[in-house]
Every structure is written in structure tokens, then in C-alpha cells.
Design a protein around this ligand. Structure first.
Ligand SMILES: *Cc1c(COP(=O)(O)O)cnc(C)c1O
Length: 403
């Protein structure tokens, strides 16, 4: 076997399809969000970032930065071990208490990322609960799909946000088998929101547990930033609420929240938790400061939603094919991988606007898009410049107008 040839052929295949990933090298600057510097072989350019998952700019918020400095000065860089072997810092414990309070749950458990939180929790539930069947939304994130797959539990996929289909599958399963329904609140690529209350209704009817990924909602929805489950008054009905500290919270790490017993079970059996070193204490301190700040500043969430709505209106007025939803995510459809990449390149090179192209397998073929994430810190002037740049690129590449 010629290994080098194999690797190169696989990469050539991606390139031929126009979906080879090229990372854009940037430097973010404190107090200038969403502006950044773009590094190229030819030098540097000033750009405006329109695709950050630091949805509220908290990654550069003074409160967060101060908390991290303070923690690093107090206790150093790394945690020094797994939670079980000398790595259980005071900052981790305080953050878990804060997360439980945010979601109104009895307990919470930290992971080194949202990916590991999903993977480990679902894998552990599916593997350890005898005969457990997992019901999974067809658009669930890769980290949930992989967790379910590695659990080796039987999996039933229900059509996206289709409660009737979910009920059909639940009804057809053996009545006494343990069941778990895994879904998200805000789906990150289309920006649509799941019917949490209705899903809980059918889950309870068939005595199924629920696992809700609130990664794209934590910090941004609900009176205190507890996600769509808080907004909809459903938090108490969810068995596991999962989230990340790396998106709207602006730092790094992931977690699950739930009852004392459920969380203690994952803490005690979840291998991706047990065998991985704890996150740096300063990261935990920064995340905690961010959550506490967001809890008390609902006006940030209101401004965020207003910015998203304003941008949608401007895009529609310009006849650009925006996918309209009621979340903060604003996707604009291109529909073909290489032209999606080309549109993104032109925006960056000619207009100083950074929007990463989203191609298969992240979204289905034919629905390739530019996924725009306006934040409370994007101004009207930046929006007008964005709309003008998109119009210029759409004309140049002869892309389809209107959705
Ligand atoms: C980003 C993401 C994750 C993973 O979270 P990280 O903290 O980035 O590892 C999980 N679920 C969804 C839906 C995501 O978009």
C-alpha cells in the first residue's frame, strides 16, 4: 500500500468537489470586535468578521478577561490533572454550580469541549443502560451522531423537528425498553428552533428521557441566558441539557446539566470525562464571569435579536436569498460548493468581509451557503457595507437572487 498516495488522492477528491477546507488566518483585537486582521502571504488586511460563533463578543469582554487574569495570577496555567487526580480546582466547582443555577437543575458537569460533552454523555447512556433505544433528530450535530454510534445502542432517526414522526417511532418501540430522545434547540446551519414543549410531551407519554443540545442558544435565549428551554419554560422537563462555553459564553469547554443522580452517573461512568485532564482553571473562571454577566444583562440578548432582524430585512430588501428564521443565524443560499467558496473568497479579497463558506457534509449538497452571524456589536454601517458587497459578488458570479 502506498500510504502517501492514498492520502493525496483523498485530498484531491475534496479539491475536485470544491470542498477542500482552507483556514483563514486572523488576529482578533480586544475592544475592536468584530474587526480583525487577516494574514495572507502578501501581508495583512483589515477585515470585518461576520461568521463568528463568539455570538455576543464575550470572548473579548473586560469582565471575562479580568476574571481570567485574576485566576491565572492566583493559581497558574493548567489544572494539573483529571478531576479525580489532583485537577479538581475550586474554579471548576464554582462554574458547575453556576451552570446548574443557570438551567435551574440540581447539578452540572464540565467537559473539555461541547463535542466531548455530547459524545461522552450519549455514548455512556446508550452503552450502559440495558436495551436503551436512542431517538435522534435527522439534523443533529456530528458530536451527537458519533456519541450515539459509539454507544452501539439501536438508533431511530426522526425527521427534522417532526414530532408526529417521533411519536410514531416511540409508539412502535417496545413499551418497557429504556428510551432517549436526542435533539437540539437552535439548529446552527438553518437557524430554526425545535418545538421543545411538544417533544417533551411525547417523550413523557412514552416514558423517554430527553437530551437537548443548547449549544447555539445558551447565553442568547431565555430571561437569564438559560437557552430556549428557559425561554419556553421547559428546562425542568429535560433530562440532560447540554451546552458549550466556547460560543456565546466566549471562552472554552462544554457541559451537561441535570438531576443530581443523572449527573453523578455521567461523572462516574463517562470515559471522556474520567480520563481527560480538567480544563485550565482560568478558563473556568472566565466562563463563570461571562455567564454571570449575561444572566444580568438581558439587553444584550434583545440587541442581538434586533441586529439579526435588521440584517434580515436589509438582505431581503436587496433581494438576496436569505433563509428567514426566528433565530440569530442568518444564512444566505448559494447552492453549489465551488461558487460558495468563490463568493467567500471575493468577499474577503475585494471587500474585507469574512464569511466562511459552509459546504457538504456540514449542510446537504445543493444547500451550500454563507452563514452570517450578526452580533450586538455589528453596526448599521457595517451591515450596509455587507449588503453592498454581497450584491457585487452576486452580480459578478451570476448567483441566484431571492430565496
Ligand atoms: C459547536 C457545536 C458543538 C460542540 O461544541 P464545542 O464546545 O465547540 O466542542 C456541539 N453541538 C453543536 C450543535 C455545535 O454546533
Amino acid at each position: 500500500m502506498n500510504y502517501a498516495q492514498f492520502f493525496e488522492d483523498k485530498i484531491s477528491g475534496l479539491k475536485a468537489e470544491g470542498r477542500y477546507r482552507v483556514f483563514t488566518e486572523i488576529m482578533r483585537h480586544v475592544s475592536h470586535f468584530p474587526e480583525a486582521t487577516h494574514y495572507t502571504p502578501q501581508g495583512t488586511n483589515d477585515i470585518v468578521v461576520w461568521c463568528s460563533n463568539d455570538y455576543l463578543g464575550m470572548g473579548q469582554h473586560p469582565v471575562v478577561i479580568a476574571a481570567m487574569h485574576e485566576a491565572i495570577d492566583a493559581c497558574g496555567a493548567g489544572a494539573g490533572g483529571t478531576r479525580n487526580i489532583s485537577g479538581n480546582n475550586r474554579y471548576h466547582v464554582l462554574l458547575e454550580q453556576e451552570l446548574a443555577s443557570l438551567h435551574g437543575t440540581e447539578a452540572a458537569l464540565l467537559f473539555t469541549s461541547g463535542y466531548t460533552a455530547n459524545m461522552t454523555t450519549l455514548m455512556t447512556l446508550g452503552a450502559v443502560l440495558p436495551g436503551c433505544i436512542i431517538f435522534s433528530d435527522s439534523q443533529n450535530h456530528n458530536s451527537m451522531i458519533e456519541g450515539i454510534r459509539h454507544s452501539r445502542a439501536p438508533r431511530q432517526v426522526f425527521r427534522h423537528n417532526d414530532v408526529a414522526h417521533l411519536e410514531e417511532l416511540l409508539a412502535a418501540a417496545p413499551a418497557n425498553a429504556p428510551k432517549l430522545v436526542a435533539f437540539e434547540s437552535v439548529y446552527s446551519m438553518d437557524g430554526d428552533i425545535s418545538p421543545i414543549e411538544k417533544i417533551c410531551d411525547v417523550a413523557e407519554k412514552y416514558n423517554a428521557m430527553t437530551f437537548l443540545d443548547e449549544v447555539h442558544a445558551v447565553g442568547m435565549y431565555g430571561r437569564h441566558g438559560g437557552g430556549v428551554s428557559e425561554r419556553d419554560g421547559q428546562s425542568a422537563r429535560i433530562t440532560f441539557i447540554q451546552g458549550t462555553l466556547a460560543k456565546a459564553i466566549g471562552v472554552h469547554g462544554g457541559y451537561v446539566a441535570g438531576t443530581k443522580a443523572a449527573i453523578d452517573f455521567i461523572r462516574s461512568f463517562g470515559q471522556g470525562f474520567i480520563f481527560s485532564s480538567a480544563m485550565p482553571p482560568a478558563v473556568a473562571a472566565g466562563a463563570r464571569a461571562s455567564i454571570r454577566h449575561l444572566k444580568e444583562h438581558n439587553e444584550i440578548r434583545e440587541r442581538h435579536q434586533e441586529r439579526a432582524e435588521t440584517l434580515r430585512q436589509k438582505l431581503r430588501a436587496a433581494d438576496l436569498p436569505v433563509i428567514v428564521t426566528d433565530s440569530h443565524i442568518v444564512p444566505v443560499l448559494v447552492g453549489e460548493a465551488s461558487r460558495c467558496k468563490r463568493a467567500s473568497d471575493l468577499l474577503l479579497e475585494e471587500h474585507g468581509i469574512y464569511i466562511q463558506p459552509i459546504n457538504y457534509p456540514t449542510v446537504p449538497r445543493g444547500s451550500e451557503r454563507l452563514r452570517i452571524t450578526p452580533t450586538p456589536l455589528h453596526t448599521d454601517a457595517q451591515m450596509d457595507a455587507l449588503v453592498a458587497a454581497l450584491q457585487a459578488v452576486w452580480a459578478k458570479l451570476n448567483l441566484k437572487m431571492s430565496a
